[in-house]
Design a protein around this ligand. Structure first.
Ligand code: CO8
Length: 267
């Protein structure tokens, strides 16, 4: 694996934990970090020993692990952007964000504090979000005279509906973890000290299922989301057929009938 300046990667029990770490800037996403994310996610996706990815944020410069997940895109980098540079920055981010969204492994975002602007946006590119009780979500861009540019106007509306997405984006209001749970922005809220254990427990549960089946289910959900229902269901039937050609299908169903645990190995 490559060495990174702003990322940490640990792999254990087929679960990768990728930590965004820029303590001086509350883990804000600058170009360098986006480039590193792109490399890291490409390398992780290629690894057969990683079945689930957990994305989280590192401690702030005082060592507080629950201050910030990601406090946005790096405002110091963006302040002098021309229109062309801003567009390029948005497109640069879209590459690792789509990688998170579409990589074969399931992705869980463990949101350990501020998830503002680009932080909220990168969490939404993950499959599942688990937040610590102190987490704060917001899209503050309109208060800076810009709009969300890392997919926020699109993914937020898809997750919580247009009305709530417009309210968050137009008002720039902070949304607590509880409120984020209520509106469907996060899957679960847990005490801060239980965040990583909860994320790892969910990851382990996913690892214990058929990993190839999980990756095909992810593709079916993602690809079908923007299709009309008739074509989406047909696409699902085709992918269902693909899973029926696997070792795991034969083993999973035989094990059920033989009343024993299945040994699922496809990926
Ligand atoms: N960018 C750069 N530096 C940051 C950022 C950021 N987003 N957030 C925090 N920092 C830095 C601060 O400048 C400060 O640095 P220093 O110690 O050198 O002064 C350090 O992190 C600690 O921050 P604070 O002292 O401000 O900590 P507080 O506890 O007082 O406040 C807050 C924490 C409330 C999180 C505050 O830092 C804050 O409001 N940060 C900015 C939040 C924000 O507006 N985020 C959205 C940014 S815009 C965005 O994400 C757009 C994404 C799409 C771009 C698309 C382009 C095409």
């Amino acid at each position: 694996m490559s060495e990174f300046k702003n990322l940490l990667l640990e792999v254990e029990n087929e679960i990768a934990v990728l930590t965004i770490s820029r303590p001086a800037a509350l883990n804000a996403l600058n170009s360098e970090t986006l480039d590193e994310l792109n490399v890291a996610l490409t390398e992780i996706e290629a690894r057969d020993d990683v079945k689930v990815l957990i994305l989280t944020g590192g401690p702030d410069k005082k060592g507080n692990p629950f201050k910030s997940f990601v406090a946005g895109a790096d405002i110091a980098e963006m302040v002098n952007f021309t229109a062309a540079e801003a567009r390029a920055f948005g497109m640069k981010a879209s590459v690792p964000f789509f990688k998170l969204q579409n990589m074969r492994q399931a992705t869980i975002c463990a949101v350990n504090g501020f998830a503002l602007g680009g932080g909220c946006e990168i969490s939404m590119a993950c499959d599942i979000r688990i937040a610590s009780e102190n987490a704060v979500f917001a899209q503050p861009e309109c208060g800076l005279g810009i709009i969300p540019g890392f997919g926020g106007t699109q993914r937020l509306a898809r997750l919580v509906g247009m009305g709530r997405a417009k309210e968050m984006i137009f008002t720039c209001d902070n949304v607590s973890a509880e409120e984020a749970y209520r509106i469907g922005l996060v899957n679960k809220v847990v005490p801060a000290e239980e965040l990583m254990a909860t994320a790892k427990a969910m990851a382990a549960k996913i690892v214990s299922k058929g990993s190839y089946a999980v990756s095909i289910a992810k593709a079916a959900i993602n690809n079908g989301y923007d299709m009309d229902i008739k074509n989406a269901v047909e696409m699902e039937a085709n992918l269902f057929g693909v899973t029926c050609s696997t070792h795991d299908k034969a083993e999973g169903m035989t094990a059920f009938l033989e009343k024993r645990a299945a040994n699922l190995t496809d990926f």
